[in-house]
Design a binder for this molecule. Sequence first.
Ligand SMILES: NC(=O)c1ccc[n+]([C@@H]2O[C@H](COP(=O)([O-])OP(=O)(O)OC[C@H]3O[C@@H](n4cnc5c(N)ncnc54)[C@H](OP(=O)(O)O)[C@@H]3O)[C@@H](O)[C@H]2O)c1
Length: 332
Amino acid sequence: MFFNLALIGFGNVNRALVGFLESKKTELEQKYNLEYRVTGVMTRRLGWLADANGLDTNALLEGKPISSSISGDLQSWLEASEANVLFEASSLEPFTGQPAIDYIRTALESGCHVVSANKGPVVHAAKELHNLAQARGLKFRHEASFMGGSPIYSLFRETLPAASIRRFRGLLNSTTSTVLQTIEAGSSFEEGIKRAQEVGIAETDPSFDVDGWDSAVKVCGLANVLLGTQLDVTKLERVSIRDLEVTEIQEAARAGTPIRQVAFIDVLETGLRAGVRHEKIGFNDPLRATGTTNISHFELDVLPGLTITTHNAGAKETAYDMLADFINICKF
Ligand SMILES: NC(=O)c1ccc[n+]([C@@H]2O[C@H](COP(=O)([O-])OP(=O)(O)OC[C@H]3O[C@@H](n4cnc5c(N)ncnc54)[C@H](OP(=O)(O)O)[C@@H]3O)[C@@H](O)[C@H]2O)c1
């Protein structure tokens, strides 16, 4: 089977994805009879690049100009690239999920499967986009949008049928963990942000991390997809690490109970509570971690405690989630 691939966004994640597509090419062909070429790339700065015979991705990775720019819109770009699969990895817009939702909707209406790393569309339009994909006999997958490098959505979809979530707690934002640990070690908030940016884990606008939006969007997406809710991210309980005093952060760490930004869902008889709060993490807490480790801890009706941990996940691990979604879509 041969697939033409179109990429929206060409930042940390989609660049890492292109690296995987290249390094895994022979393996995917031999194991899954899966062949492909990248025929479209679009960002605001690069414009609409399309060539149905394949773009020179090495030149793009090296930042060299390539002469495949077309004028038009998303629809004409998808047509010019003869795309079968869209990889959407543009920047997060937490309040509306746009323009990524429109990109994904148009791609599905044009007959493309969609793999997204973007949390915005999952929070604001998961149900609509899944229904649209199903009606067209296509797939919309977004494993990379929650805890890069760990298969949570597919775990519940494929492996845990009829399991109900009672409670969830998660350390979901590596940037805030990095900033807090930097402050605990005596350096500044700004230094922590710089470190997170250097390793490519910070959002394009790091205030989305710091002010709890990234975690809020993730927990909202999780609840909307796995619990069938329609939570409004702007109405969730949410905290910002800017509101913590340096002394408070350092004293908590010295006492052995460091403060972390924790996303939570409580399924109560009276309804559902979800949000982002600061918690002191004790020694026996499943969320106890160092570095940029992300952790999801679920309490299910069928399992008292299920903890999934990803160590030092960044753009590359997120890109692997996208690759895995692509393989799983295409191999059946
Ligand atoms: N990095 C991670 O570890 C990670 C983990 C999980 C999920 N994600 C998600 O993956 C997505 C990409 O992350 P990233 O780290 O690759 O971000 P990034 O390095 O900042 O790259 C973002 C890319 O999107 C493009 N872009 C932004 N707005 C756009 C728009 N309206 N239309 C078309 N292109 C647009 C940007 O180029 P222009 O400025 O030229 O448009 C850039 O190429 C984000 O939604 C992020 O939340 C990232």
